[in-house]
Design a protein around this ligand. Structure first.
Ligand SMILES: [Zn+2]
Length: 255
């Protein structure tokens, strides 16, 4: 039997409106054993904790996204720390740098990123990293601020060479919908070259739906399209791929 998982899903974000429960049910029906709920606010995380009581296959991560950097006060950082202390978070994230949307507050983004890395390190949690048009700065910060538990470079969109550098730092490389796009030459190369013991899959839903659902609302149940594409690019069976992905996920998140 092939067991799927989704290492990065925003099922509690407002884009799903009242559909969150249905989307989670779809994921269950599709045979997902783990669904990492990435919460970009503490309110989202509280909802995820509630739902987790009835759906133990949900895991929860929370952190302040770089797009929000300007609004992260020390008060909000304290609230995040309190949530970490509750012991309910599996990871701090997604956190990172995004120079695609904003280049005018780079220093502030870095500061918020580093503070959250330090929180993860203090409480011995892994990190989930968002990096867009900022791969070198992301790399340098992670190199300078080691996280003992490691983490995930989510929706990896840089080169094979950079992927290998992150692997050397101990990070897992997660690939999502773009690997299924016809013209996605580089993600396909990354899918082939990343060592199997450092590879993860994700949907990053509600965005970035894989083929054949490209452009529509994404869901964790579509993760098999991504897994299928990666398995066929690597010339391995879906079962071999998912066995490795499951191992990687469990190694990272088991305490
Ligand atoms: Zn995300």
């Amino acid at each position: 039997m092939i067991e799927f998982l989704d290492s990065h899903a925003h099922v509690f974000c407002k884009e799903y409106g009242n559909d969150t429960d249905i989307v989670i049910q779809h994921a269950k029906d599709a045979g997902l054993t783990h669904l990492m709920c990435i919460c970009c606010s503490l309110e989202e995380a509280e909802r995820a904790f509630e739902k987790q009581k009835e759906e133990p296959f949900l895991d929860v991560a929370a952190g302040y996204h770089p797009e929000e950097a300007d609004d992260v006060t020390s008060q909000r950082m304290n609230e995040l720390e309190q949530m970490i202390q509750s012991g309910k978070l599996k990871a701090v994230g997604e956190i990172g740098l995004d120079y695609y949307w904003r280049k005018d507050n780079i220093e502030k983004q870095k500061e918020i990123f580093i503070e959250q890395i330090q929180l993860a390190q203090k409480y011995d949690l892994p990190v989930i990293i968002h990096s867009r048009d900022a791969i070198l700065d992301t790399y340098n910060i992670l190199k300078e601020h080691p996280v003992s538990k490691g983490g995930i470079i989510h929706c990896f969109s840089s080169s094979v060479e950079m992927a290998k550098e992150f692997v050397k730092l101990g990070y897992l490389i997660a690939l999502g919908g773009p690997v299924t796009f016809k013209n996605a030459k580089v993600p396909k190369e990354v899918a082939q070259e990343v060592p199997l013991d450092h590879l993860l899959i994700e949907t990053d839903c509600p965005y970035l739906a894989p083929m054949p659902h490209r452009g529509k609302r994404n869901e964790p149940m579509y993760v098999h399209f991504i897994a299928n594409e990666i398995a066929s690019l690597r010339g391995i069976s879906l079962k071999t791929l998912m066995d490795a992905v499951q191992k990687n996920y469990q190694r990272l998140f088991s305490k």
